[in-house]
Design a protein around this ligand. Structure first.
Ligand code: DOR
Ligand code: ZN
Ligand code: ZN
Length: 359
């Protein structure tokens, strides 16, 4: 058996569903899923119920997190037109600001220019801004990055025209970064047809030509692979009004290791996309004595029953992959061991980013 050592991976886009969605995921189950997927730090989105748009809501979620997280977690604050005056106070303990420009799960939306301007005026320049922007909203985000001369990070870019526009913006020297998800790299609208609600998420699965563009730009334009881990229960997915979103924390690394095996990217580039760049883009602290041991030669079928996420399913069930996470060590202590469930890090052993001192 071969063992390779990778740095602790960072997922800059995950949904841990606290508060209000604990039947889908919670801090203990979501961070167990993270560790078993090779992630030692995850950044969680604010489209919770209620959403994390005030200092009080964010501090409440941080308190719950501190008691339950098994790996390191940062919480995004959310932008909303009703809470513009809360932004400065929200920023202190948030890892960044998330602005939703397009329709998706949850109530957070910013659809008018004055609110966008207020976000850029009030959110501290030292803290990142991330956007859910699809189609021409990507151009809006690039325009704001240029006009305010400050970084903007684009979440889950999925279309050829979007990634090509971001490539042009980067060539023009604008401070933009972007992530792509494994589900957009490995599934297309043909799979959406086969999977039904289990293949529905925002942005929706795209055409083969869009997917080809993401792979072409993986070598340079793309900064991060992010999971957009968005768990919903099977009952919700079977309902008349299924919410968009799929789990991703436990399948992203095996899928990307499979791509390495197939020669679609190098292991060094995988490490940049899943560890080095996520830390750089979001200014995250190093985690000392932290690493992931993988067996790149392990071949197996992705199975729902093996998952740690509370939702218990993945659109990739049944797929053959190469590469298994064997062990995760976080700050010198074993936090996950594929052979020994007792080694799973305890709830409360993870750290919040930033800490209570704001750093
Ligand atoms: O599919 C999605 N689900 N896209 C999003 O932007 C939100 C997410 C969720 O929270 O379920
Ligand atoms: Zn989104
Ligand atoms: Zn998301």
């Amino acid at each position: 058996m071969t063992t390779l050592r990778l740095p602790g991976l960072v997922d800059v886009h995950t949904h841990l569903r606290v508060p209000g969605g604990e039947h889908k995921e919670d801090f203990a189950t979501g961070t167990a899923a993270a560790l078993s997927g090779g992630f030692t730090c995850v950044l969680a989105m604010p489209n919770t119920s209620p959403p994390l748009v005030t200092r009080t809501a964010l501090q409440g979620a941080r308190q719950l997190a501190q008691a339950s997280i098994r790996c390191d977690v940062g919480l995004f604050g959310g932008a909303s037109p009703e809470h513009i005056d809360d932004l400065a106070a929200l920023a202190e303990h948030a890892v960044g600001l998330k602005i939703y420009l397009n329709d998706t799960f949850g109530p957070l939306r910013v659809e008018d220019l004055p609110t966008l301007q207020a976000c850029f005026d009030r959110w501290p320049r030292t803290k990142p801004i991330a956007m859910h922007a699809e189609g021409q909203s990507v151009a809006v985000g690039i325009g704001l990055a240029a006009a305010y001369h400050r970084p903007v990070h684009f979440c889950h870019i999925s279309r050829r025209d979007e990634i090509e526009l971001i490539a042009s913006a980067k060539q023009a020297g604008l401070p933009v970064t972007c992530e792509v998800t494994p589900h957009h790299l490995f599934l297309t609208e043909a799979d959406a047809h086969r999977l039904g609600p289990l293949g529905d998420m925002r942005p929706r699965l795209a055409r083969q030509d869009d997917q080809d563009a993401l792979w072409q730009h993986l070598a340079n334009t793309v900064d991060c692979i992010a999971t957009d881990h968005a768990p919903h229960t099977l009952a919700e997915k079977a309902s008349d009004n299924p919410p968009p979103g799929v789990a991703g924390l436990e399948t992203s690394l095996p899928l990307m290791l499979t791509a390495v095996r197939q020669g679609r990217l190098t292991m060094a580039r995988l490490v940049e996309l899943m560890a080095v760049n996520p830390r750089r883009v979001f200014g995250l602290p190093d985690q000392a004595d932290t690493f992931v041991e993988i067996d790149p030669d392990a071949r197996y079928e992705i199975a729902n029953h093996a998952l740690h996420t509370k939702c218990g399913w993945t659109p990739f069930a049944g797929m053959q992959v190469w590469g298994r996470v064997q062990r995760v060590v976080l700050r010198g202590a074993v936090a996950y061991d594929s052979d020994d469930p007792d080694q799973m890090a305890q709830p409360g052993s993870g750290r919040l980013v930033p800490g209570n001192d704001g750093r």
